[in-house]
Design a protein around this ligand. Structure first.
Ligand SMILES: *Cc1c(COP(=O)(O)O)cnc(C)c1O
Length: 402
């Protein structure tokens, strides 16, 4: 290893975010490659038996096995930590691996969790099904109202778990208020920041203890790989998260880590342009559909709060058409440019019907409680010319008589 740019905190701490996104975490081999190398190796060789013993004893720096460390994966972890402004980061094989690890690593039977009711379907499944199975009680609240967190707290409450903006209703959580409530009570706040990413929102600046990511979404940004990440203090990552992940193995592959490293280089550009495009498409839809839920539009009831904690409103929003599932499916089927796809954060525009896809595993009663109606559609606005997206939506709406 020749040039350890991005490893030396005395240098990288002075870098501004755009520089961190391009160079943060880079470690060069003796070949001096400009783009990060992909280290496809499961193990590492030692110069002598004593070195192996010293490394296992934690007395010598270096890698031992790729479930535990890998140079490409570590470059990504350094880069995300730098963008987040966090002491440490560990990546995982997917966003759900990250969410599962962040919860199970710090909870045990008898503990209690308060979670936002509007959430990614699998995050709700963890809260409603997995945690209770291991004797961890959970309460879901309307996370838009900080008082509901206060009312739900019990002596055994250990974690607040929520996303903002939330999938797919775009509920916004007052980060400062809710993280302060947690902090005052010794509760760990865990924020799923997938929709905003550190390019638009850094929850730790508002007092969050831990941020967790699906890096599959905006961080990759081009719909290629699954990846996840958890950021926190060095103490939390080393002493709470790592004992769990090192032994259970939700490890990110070096190739997928490399793809996300490349994605981060353009994250800021993409998310800002996609946010602008989403505002244009949202403004068009506002006059044509029954209801639009877009935190960047003044019509969103939490618009001011959203814009006080986010630098831009992001590429994703939801809207409702009258006529329920039949009309929503009809609109999807009439699209010619925008793809019917349940992914988000892609540079392509994608639309899905949450009630029959991402949130189909949630019971109709729970969907109702989460605010997901049968006529709701979720749109990820990509990097195409927004005028083409508006044309496509216009013709599709006319096809179903709207
Ligand atoms: C996609 C998503 C997840 C899950 O991430 P995967 O990478 O698909 O496992 C979790 N939370 C939110 C908010 C998401 O959008």
């Amino acid at each position: 290893m020749k040039r350890r740019t991005g490893q030396d905190r005395t240098i990288t701490d002075t870098w501004r975010p755009a520089t961190r996104a391009i160079r943060g975490g880079t470690v060069r081999s003796e070949f001096g490659e400009t783009s990060e190398a992909i280290f496809v190796t499961s193990g590492y060789a030692y110069d002598c038996a004593g070195d192996a013993a010293a490394r296992f004893a934690g007395e010598q720096e270096g890698m031992t096995y790729s479930r535990l460390q890998n140079p490409t994966v570590e470059m990504l972890e350094h880069r995300i930590a730098l963008l987040e402004g966090a002491e440490a980061c560990r990546t995982m094989a997917s966003g759900m691996a990250a969410m599962t690890a962040v919860l199970l690593s710090q909870l045990q039977a008898g503990d209690h969790v308060v979670a936002g009711r509007a959430a990614f379907g699998s995050c709700r499944w963890l809260v409603d099904n997995l945690l209770p199975k291991f004797g961890i009680a959970t309460t879901v609240v309307d996370a838009r109202d900080p008082q509901q967190f206060i009312d739900a707290v019990r002596p055994e409450t250990k974690v607040f778990f929520f996303e903002t903006p939330a999938n797919p209703t775009m509920d916004v959580v007052d980060l400062r208020a809710v993280c302060t409530i947690a902090r005052e009570r010794g509760i760990t706040s865990v924020v799923d920041n997938a929709f905003a990413t550190p390019a638009l929102q850094r929850p730790m600046e508002f007092g969050a203890d831990v941020t967790a990511y699906s890096a599959t979404k905006m961080m990759d940004g081009q719909g290629r790989v699954l990846a996840g990440a958890v950021c926190g203090t060095k103490d939390f990552i080393d002493n709470t998260l790592l004992p769990f992940t090192r032994n259970t193995g939700p490890t990110l592959s070096p190739f997928n880590a490399w793809v996300v490293l490349k994605g981060l280089e353009t994250l800021d550009l993409r998310i800002r342009r996609q946010s602008e495009n989403a505002l244009k498409v949202g403004a068009f839809l506002e006059g044509r559909v029954a209801r639009i839920l877009h935190p960047g539009l003044p019509s969103h009831p939490q618009h001011e709060l959203a814009m006080s904690q986010m630098e831009a409103s992001g590429p994703i929003f939801a809207f409702e058409v009258e006529g329920g599932r039949a009309m929503a499916h009809g609109l999807l089927d009439a699209l010619q440019l925008i793809d019917i796809s349940n992914n988000i954060g892609d540079s392509r525009s994608l639309m899905t019907h949450p009630a029959s896809t991402t949130h189909a595993s949630v019971t109709p009663e729970k969907r109702e409680e989460m605010g997901i109606g049968e006529g709701m559609l979720r749109l990820n606005v990509g990097l195409e010319d927004p005028a083409d997206l508006i044309d496509d939506l216009d013709q599709a709406l006319r096809t179903i008589g709207l």
